[in-house]
Design a protein around this ligand. Structure first.
Ligand SMILES: Nc1nc2c(ncn2[C@@H]2O[C@H](COP(=O)(O)OP(=O)(O)OP(=O)(O)O)[C@@H](O)[C@H]2O)c(=O)[nH]1
Ligand SMILES: [Mg+2]
Length: 455
């Protein structure tokens, strides 16, 4: 079973060093006694969920003046008796207070141990516990919202909808099994069952596919800036970043290697990749740079194809085929130099395009909106769930395989009891995500080891 001894009382610094205040957390059955012995409070008898001013002392001298919050089980983050001591942020004080607590029998918490206890005590399911780590690591609006939605049970709710559908399918199958002797009785026919299984499979696939978007949002959506040499790719990167990040010159082939940097647009992080200009070359190094440009295209979700003259039909076809499966935005640069007599690009490009001047900044707002739109970020609040966690994704892929087995079995008239076994497997796999299923200790250790100490 889940082997974690909550008899051990743990303590740790919950805040980053260097701040004005430092908060020390203590949790476990001995927490009240331990804290009471280092200050002038009697945590066992004071009213739960209250905060108190006190002196932390080693018995002979006062170490700090502190505020102590007392939470009685089960009404605490961990579900155990817990105390939070807000001290002054001095590293000397904090070390000293932790030392006093350890002298009272507490031990230092491992990374994520407070949250692990919260999970084991049923305060959070596993996916919510994982969301806590994401919430702490969130750096912008998008990652914050994803973590918050998961913490508030977004994926758990979605999975319980799936579970309902799976249980319905299971019960229909069982009905078939129960009455299989009565050949004259009609039950949900197999095509109906297959239809239900297909809906479930679609639902699982949709969730699994959202992982790619989730990963992109977490790590920054990759946007490759590509095109021929000298079209102004590096100028565009610098303009977007508002700094002279890449070298700009009128010499063709200035950029030899990819250059990356991140920019937030509407609260979402985009990772822009300036690349070596595409042209025929005998220069070996430049050729390697161009290979990297193609590699950047294959890893990008959005490709900004910069041009400063009308491309040929062949060039358009080549770019469309290279960017298959990604959002391609054709961008005509150097608008400041264009005259109304210039070539009509529209017919050649075969797709919508934007007109900008990386040099003067013309069209940049429209470009940023187009990039945001191309990222296809689900509207917040429309209820769509985005999977951001690799463990959840891996489980969803396995669940998808198993539901496909069910579908194949239904199509090939496999016996009901074998089908029921596959269905049970799908249910078990989905339960792994929220931790409803007994989760192996190794998996738990792996999940919580990625937390910071004190959480
Ligand atoms: N008039 C005008 N010139 C521009 C504009 N954008 C870039 N340029 C100029 O075009 C030249 C090439 O710009 P770069 O940004 O180095 O072009 P690049 O596409 O990165 O070129 P490579 O790195 O060689 O592939 C520079 O002289 C820029 O000043 C623009 O919007 N208008
Ligand atoms: Mg360049």
């Amino acid at each position: 079973m889940l082997a974690i001894s909550s008899k051990e009382t743990i303590c740790a610094l919950a805040t980053s060093p260097g701040g004005a205040l430092g908060i020390i957390r203590v949790s476990g059955s001995h927490a009240f006694d331990a804290v009471s012995s280092i200050c002038h409070l009697s945590c066992n008898t004071i009213v739960a969920n209250t905060i108190h001013y006190t002196h932390i002392t080693n018995g002979t001298e006062v170490i700090d003046e502190a505020m102590v919050s007392v939470f009685k089980a089960p009404h605490s983050y961990t579900g155990e008796d817990s105390v939070e001591i807000s001290c002054h942020g001095s590293s000397y004080i904090l070390k000293k207070v932790l030392g006093l607590l350890m002298a009272q029998g507490c031990r230092m918490a491992r990374p994520g141990e407070f949250t692990q206890r919260a999970y084991l005590n049923g305060k959070l399911d596993l996916s919510q516990a994982e969301a806590v780590a994401d919430l702490i690591a969130s750096t912008n609006e998008a990652t914050h919202r994803l973590a918050m939605s998961q913490l508030r049970g977004g994926i758990s709710t979605e999975l319980s909808v799936l579970r309902e559908k799976l249980l319905k399918l299971t019960s229909l199958l069982e009905l078939e099994l129960d009455f299989s002797d009565h050949e004259d009785l009609e039950f949900a026919d197999r095509s109906e069952l297959l239809q239900l299984a297909t809906t479930i499979s679609g639902h699982i696939t949709r969730l699994a596919h959202s992982f790619e978007a989730g990963q992109a949002i977490k790590q920054g959506i990759p946007v490759a800036i590509v095109g021929k040499t000298n079209v102004g790719k590096s100028t565009l990167l610098n303009r977007l970043l508002n700094e002279e990040r890449a070298i700009v010159s009128d010499i063709h082939g200035t950029t030899r290697d990819t250059i990356e940097d991140i920019i937030d647009i509407n609260g979402v992080t985009f990772r822009f990749i300036d690349t070596a200009g595409i042209r025929q070359t005998t220069d070996q190094i430049e050729q390697i740079g161009i290979e990297r440009t193609y590699a950047a295209i294959s890893k990008a979700r959005i490709v900004l194809w910069l041009i400063d003259e009308a491309p040929t039909e062949a060039e358009v076809t080549d770019m469309i085929s290279r960017t298959h499966g990604r959002s391609l935005l054709a961008i005509i640069n150097k608008a400041d130099k264009l005259t109304s007599g210039d070539v009509s690009y529209a017919s050649v490009l075969r797709q919508p395009h934007l007109l900008i001047s990386a040099k003067t900044g013309q069209g940049m707002e429209a470009l940023q909106s187009a990039i945001y739109e191309a990222a296809n970020i689900p509207e917040w609040g429309d209820g769509s769930i985005i999977v951001t966690n690799a463990r959840h994704y891996e489980a969803l892929c396995r669940a998808s395989d198993s539901i496909h087995n069910v579908m194949d079995g239904l199509a090939s008239h496999l016996s009901g009891d074998l089908l029921a076994e596959d269905l049970r497997q799908v249910l078990d796999i989905l339960a792994e995500i929220t931790g409803g299923q007994i989760t192996p200790q190794e998996t738990l250790n792996n999940i919580f080891s990625h937390f910071c100490v004190g959480k």
